[in-house]
Design a protein around this ligand. Sequence first.
Ligand code: AGP
Length: 603
Amino acid sequence: MCGIIGYVGLRDAVPIIVQGLKKLEYRGYDSAGIAVWGGNGFDIVKQKGRLNVLEERLRDCTIKGNIGIGHTRWATHGEPSDTNSHPHVGSRSKIAIVHNGIIENYKQLKELLEHKGAVFASQTDSEVIAQLAEYYYNGDLLETVIHVSNALEGSYALGVMSLDHPDTLIAIKKDNPLIIGVSDHGNFIASDVPAVLQHTNKVYYLNDKEITVLQRNGVEFYNINREPLQKTAETISWSADSAEKGGWEHFMLKEIVEQPKVLRETVSSVVNPGNNREVIDKIDITKFNKIAAVACGSAYNAGVVGKYVIEKLCRIPVDVELASEFRYKDAIIDEKTLVILISQSGETADTIAAMREARSKGAVCLSIVNVTGSTIAKESDFCVYTAAGPEIAVATTKAFSAQLAVLYGLAIHFALQAGELSPAGAKGFLAELEALPEKTEHILGQIDLVQKHASECVGCKSIFFIGRNIDYAIALEGSLKLKEISYIHSEAYAGGELKHGTISLIEEDTLVVAIANCPRLHGKIMSNIEQVISRGAKVLLIGNVPQAVQDDKLSVIALPPSTELFSPSLSAIVLQLFAYYVAANKGLDIDKPRNLAKSVTVE
Ligand code: AGP
């Protein structure tokens, strides 16, 4: 949930770290801080609030150094405050650390260290790492980090500096992401690739409990037994520009508009020869008697859409499970279950735990992941990558659409394998899939219309989303998108469920967004619409309804024609734009909604 970065090299570390933190701010923005070795000790500046507050403070002080670490925080232990901000140092100010993760045994360690004389400054779990490092330190920083790691329970990506080794930065990770970037002017640690892209596209991905010793001229890798490791650097194909706002007001809008390209690339990767295709071809669906789609948040919603599509095309039962529930429910799965894990980041703690649980029960895990080299991508049996590129806005848009595209590709492939679809039938569905980018472009041509409707909803206290069948699946995502960035209360309901309770919430001028793309259910959703209008609601209808009821209370945003199975990809674009413009009209911080972080690496 937090972002960490470190640099050791020829250049001034301060601007490099601050610039890297800007790329990691999506991971948390309760506070930010930096520590550099300035010649006489650590110079530390840390501050509650967004990174721009830290930047202002840095303008007033002249700290400089060629080695340093930085942090952007999503608070877990201890309120957002200057003191609880990272970096943390031990009582003797000899070792400074930045940490992303949660130390589960911090209370026991704290008690022990206090007993030994350590004086804690913060309420964080992270400070225990700095204090423990000072306690173990015997002049050998690598050995110290190994000792510390062995004593810690929980998850961590760590950057460690010591006063005695002003040329060395040490990093280690367990259950939280960390990459090592190497460039001609210096070397980096970072929670995510965009933080280093301006300097290098050569990165190493660390595995759990692998340690990196970074110096200006090179990096060395060790395992937890201090044995040297040989690792191979990977070349990142993303350009530095792809993680820049590039003139757009918000990353979210930029990312919505990028969707035709993302869809083209993702669809092509699942249809045409290449890495994704090779992976998909390896999976034999006839070996499984059920599928479990497991994920969190929007990725879960993608799984719900996937359930409707896969069940319809392949006639295989699909359970969709929240990863946070699945991991503790003693799921009924075995080697005949294909578990599909869906995750943009590939680092969501609950999804990782669910994957490990599933594998321990013998299930085969197929992941759909956006971030190369992430934990889920690496640990799953098969990984299909979405080609969304870096997604910076906390609210996912293009990665969600790319997940749907992969799920469609899988469903068609599985249906063919299972004999539920003839090659000719599959061709028709593939054509639908390949038409999505163009239809998305068409929808993006209607931005002004969506913006106009959104501007009328700014004062709404509550907005309901309804749909039937697969339209209900995408209504879930419309509702989540709206609430996470606009702070307007919202719920999604299956249209048929309204009369079982929810309809009592409908008041004069309550907005109901109805999604209607299932021709066989048009009559049903239209009667739900009439029911809410007759109780005073206003309705915004998204879909293709030839004969909508004429009513002052009803507005329509028409979608390009599509079969119902593929319509969620089209509704999603309108719903994303709708949420975006409602939030924009309220003047909110769309890319960094309050209390949220992009990558939820804690339980
Ligand atoms: C979506 O807009 C959210 N910010 C959130 O629900 C997200 O989809 C969820 O946390 C899962 O993340 P992941 O895809 O990286 O696993």
